[in-house]
Design a protein around this ligand. Structure first.
Ligand code: NAD
Length: 499
């Protein structure tokens, strides 16, 4: 049995707490490794190492820090297949999807190569008589990130790439479900020239997270995961005086207007609803056709597409549409929610409950499910299922469809499919959701824009990546300077204004 490690102070370190979690191969159900769960003292030691390493890294000029990012990009491309393979093996997603996971993280690293430009301050010459004023963005010091299982490459990179480019040290606490890729990323960054101790990976569970929240040296916490944990970390982190951004769960609606191209809408829905087994925070989990005629046409197009989906292990090749879900517990939870949908009166038009894959009977595979006539009071509508289950809620008008998405507690992503520019524009302007697609089902912003949900999907003022991330990982200092020749004689007793 492989025993994984932490990555601290420039090398792998065995776990010292005596506590471990199982890392499964979700396709076979076998335990393939054990990951150590750090104790408070192990976390505190990593924080101390980070605090010792950070000042020198923060003093490296931004261009040199950017060069480390540049080399990291080259190494990520060099090792793309190796990373994607390790990712698929622990997460279960298909190999091309795993490459996408690495790629969307890599693109944020590419964005961070622009650090010299992004960190330029502001300067006002002669703000007053003989007075100049300038603002600079300085690193926070030691930053930490806690990441979910569903994007084990992308989300860690979304956090640590801007943090490091800004001159911080970073401690990553990845998901204990798929910790291998984060460890590989730490190795690659050091190969790229990052000094030791500047990026560390500490594996663990609640004990490690609480240790990060309680450690006064940790200046900021980034979190991505489920909403209850996001709320817990946000409130505890803020109470401890840290800068905190937390991103939570989702229930993303796609509105299908009567004028939409129904084939395009159905294709978009199968990809966005069932890709990665529905384990994406930007997955579409609710389809809202407007009008019964639209709904009937949509269901007619969807059913054969959903029935044809190919479910299997990543090793079966590129024809697989999606793989297993991450754990047996996740599978059980999904099937339980499907049962509540049936019990509460939704119509299960594609039933994946009896799905079995020969040779992989112990894997965590879940067949595709499609519900019609779901209503807003049902559990399958209110709760995040995070599985291959798409719910159709029939709306009788555009306003009703808009209202459904507006009233839902989550506000991560949404989409509208229509040919009508006025409707699309109205939707984009009025919707209270952070990321909106117009005929684009998964509107994940690119690296140079920023990513973040509203309502119960996002907590904190600043989003991930884009220029927001450079604000999150720095603080502003403003200097007002006057040289002796500009100083007049005598004390000044009135509060100075630049009249
Ligand atoms: P999770 O909340 O179970 O775990 C996320 C992280 O929190 C992990 O590192 C885990 O070890 C840690 N954690 C778990 N329980 C904890 C506790 N009691 N105290 C402190 N830390 C704890 O989430 P997950 O199952 O890994 O990921 C799936 C969830 O993440 C879904 O809800 C999904 O929507 C969400 N997600 C959101 C976004 C986004 O950007 N909004 C992106 C990806 C995933």
């Amino acid at each position: 049995m492989q025993e994984l490690s932490h990555y601290v102070n420039g090398g792998h370190a065995k776990g010292g707490s005596g506590r471990f979690a199982d890392v499964f191969n979700p396709a076979t159900g076998e335990v393939q490794a054990k990951v150590p769960l750090a104790s408070k003292s192990e976390v505190d030691a990593a924080v101390e190492t980070a605090a010792a390493a950070q000042p020198a890294w923060g003093a490296v000029n931004p261009q040199r820090r950017a060069r480390v990012m540049m080399e990291f990009v080259r190494l990520l491309n060099r090792d793309m297949d190796k990373l994607a393979e390790a990712l698929s093996r622990e997460h279960g997603k298909t190999f091309p999807d795993a490459k996408g996971d690495v790629q969307r993280g890599l693109e944020v690293v590419e964005f961070c190569i622009g650090a010299p430009h992004l960190l330029k301050g502001e300067y006002t010459d002669s703000a007053g008589p003989g007075i100049d004023m300038y603002s600079m963005r300085q690193p926070l010091g030691v930053c930490a990130g806690i990441t979910p299982f569903n994007f084990p490459a992308m989300i860690p990179m979304w956090m640590f790439a801007p943090a490091l480019a800004c001159g911080n040290a970073f401690i990553l606490k990845p998901s204990e479900r798929d910790p291998s890729v984060p460890l590989m990323l730490a190795e690659l960054l050091e190969e790229a020239g990052l000094p030791k101790g500047v990026l560390q990976v500490v594996n663990g569970d609640k004990e490690a997270v609480d240790a990060l929240l309680d450690n006064p040296t940790v200046q900021s916490i980034g979190f991505v995961g489920s909403t209850p944990i996001a709320e817990y970390i946000y409130s505890r982190g803020c109470a401890a005086g840290k800068r905190v951004q937390c991103f939570g769960g989702a229930k993303n609606h796609m509105i299908i207007m009567p004028d939409a191209d129904m084939d395009q809408a159905a294709d978009a829905l199968v990809g966005a609803g069932y890709g990665a087994a529905g384990e994406r925070c930007m997955a579409i989990s609710v389809a809202v056709p407007v009008g019964d005629e639209t709904a009937d046409r949509l269901i007619e197009k969807l059913v054969p597409r959903v029935e044809k989906l190919q479910v299997g292990p990543y090793t079966a090749g590129n024809d697989i549409d999606y793989g297993p879900v991450v754990t047996a517990a996740a599978k059980e939870n999904i099937l339980k929610l499907v049962q509540t949908g049936i019990d509460q009166g939704a119509e299960l038009v594609v039933d994946g409950r009896d799905f079995k894959l020969q040779g992989y009977e112990d894997g965590f595979f879940v067949g595709p499910h499609l519900f019609d006539r779901v209503t807003p009071d049902m559990d399958i509508y209110r709760k995040e299922i995070f599985g291959p289950v798409l719910s159709t809620v029939r709306a009788q008008s555009y306003e009703e469809a808009l209202g459904l998405a507006m009233d839902h507690e989550y506000g991560n992503g949404t989409a509208i499919f229509t040919r009508d520019g006025d409707t699309a524009r109205d939707f984009a302007n009025r919707i209270n959701i952070g990321m909106v697609g117009v005929n684009v089902p998964i509107p994940v912003p690119l690296a140079y824009h920023s990513f973040g949900g509203w309502k119960k999907s996002g907590f904190g003022d600043l989003n991930q990546h884009g220029t927001d991330s450079f604000k999150f990982y720095t603080r502003t200092k403003t200097v007002t300077a006057r040289w002796p020749s500009g100083i007049k004689e005598g004390g000044e007793f009135n509060f100075r204004a630049m009249e």
